[in-house]
Design a protein around this ligand. Structure first.
Ligand SMILES: [Cu+2]
Length: 146
């Protein structure tokens, strides 16, 4: 009987030791697999950053839309690109009145737009049209017609 008990105890000790060893193995394995993971994440972040930066630059340069919002004394987006024949609509969101006035030549030429009012101009000529707000000449925008 005692021999059997000793054998069981020895077996338990061996199993416990094996379990402990396996646990450590798993931990070290996890550590090994975890180590390259942050490197991949950093690489992804760098790739995302590289992708985002040129997108932001192109957004600030010109956007393909035919709707411009006038808000906080600014045209947004200030620079847009449209196809010939496109109707561009400006909507004033400010409580202050603004205009859409071509710097020169044929181009948009609105009345004073009150809050919520819109003005639409059809660009039938290819070219670059610069415009401003009459009461606030520092408010400027550009429409490139392709
Ligand atoms: Cu204005």
């Amino acid at each position: 009987m005692r021999k059997a008990v000793i054998a069981v105890v020895v077996l338990i000790v061996i199993l416990a030791g094996a379990a402990y060893w396996l646990t450590n193995m798993n931990k070290s394995n996890n550590n090994t697999t975890n180590t390259p993971a942050p490197t991949n994440m950093e690489t992804d972040k760098d790739m995302d950053g590289d992708e985002v930066t040129p997108t932001d630059e192109s957004n600030s340069q010109t956007q393909k839309t035919n709707e411009v919002t006038i808000q906080n004394f600014a045209f947004s987006p200030a620079n847009i690109t449209v196809k010939k024949g496109t109707k561009v609509t400006w909507t004033n969101q400010d409580s202050v009145g603004h205009t859409v006035t071509a710097d020169s030549g044929d181009g948009p030429n609105s009345q004073l737009l009150n809050q919520g009012q819109s003005y639409t101009f059809t660009f039938d000529t290819v070219g670059t049209f610069k415009y401003h707000c009459q009461p606030h000449p520092k408010m400027t925008g550009t429409v490139v017609v392709e």
